[in-house]
Design a protein. Structure first.
Length: 147
C-alpha cells in the first residue's frame, strides 16, 4: 500500500519528495553561517550538527523561527512535543510533532525508536520551513528520552 501523507493538505508523497529535495539542497559545503547573535537569541537553533542551548516546545517554534536569517547554511532545530503521527515507506520514518495552531514539524528519521503517537519526543535535525504552518527536520534524530 502506498504511503499516504496527511501532513500537508495535498496529501501526496510527491510533496514529501519535493521537500526532501529542497531540504537536501541546503546541505552544500562552503555556506555562510548565520551570525553568532542569532543563536544567542534563538537557543533551540544551532549551526548544523552542533548542540543547541535548549529545546523549544511546540508553542515556541513559530516565534523563534521568525528571527531566522536568510542563509544557505544548515541550521538545526531541537524541539520537544507530542508525536501526532508515524508513517514509514519501508526505508524512512516520517514522525509528525506538534499540532495546530503551532507549527507542525515533520521529522524524517531512519528509525521509529519504539515511539508511538501521543508520546512526548525530542527531535533534532536540519531545519527547513515549508510554509507558515509546516517545517521539516531532515535528517532528524528523535527519541522519547534524553540520554
Amino acid at each position: 500500500m502506498p504511503l499516504r501523507m496527511t501532513f500537508w493538505p495535498m496529501g501526496r508523497l510527491a510533496a514529501v519528495a519535493t521537500l526532501l529535495t529542497l531540504a537536501l539542497a541546503g546541505h552544500a559545503p562552503a555556506e555562510e553561517a548565520p551570525p553568532g547573535d542569532f543563536f544567542a537569541k534563538t537557543p533551540a537553533f544551532s549551526a548544523g550538527d552542533q548542540p543547541a542551548t535548549s529545546w523549544a516546545g511546540c508553542s515556541e517554534v513559530r516565534a523563534m523561527s521568525a528571527a531566522l536569517p536568510a542563509t544557505e547554511a544548515r541550521i538545526d532545530l531541537s524541539v520537544t512535543g507530542k508525536l501526532t503521527s508515524i508513517r514509514t515507506d519501508g526505508v524512512l520514518w516520517y514522525l509528525t510533532l506538534c499540532s495546530s495552531p503551532d507549527v507542525r514539524i515533520l521529522c524524517v528519521a531512519y528509525s521509529q525508536n519504539g515511539m508511538k503517537p501521543g508520546d512526548t519526543v525530542f527531535a533534532k535535525g536540519g531545519y527547513a520551513r515549508v510554509d507558515p504552518h509546516h517545517a521539516l527536520l531532515d535528517p532528524c534524530l528523535a527519541s522519547d528520552h534524553l540520554d
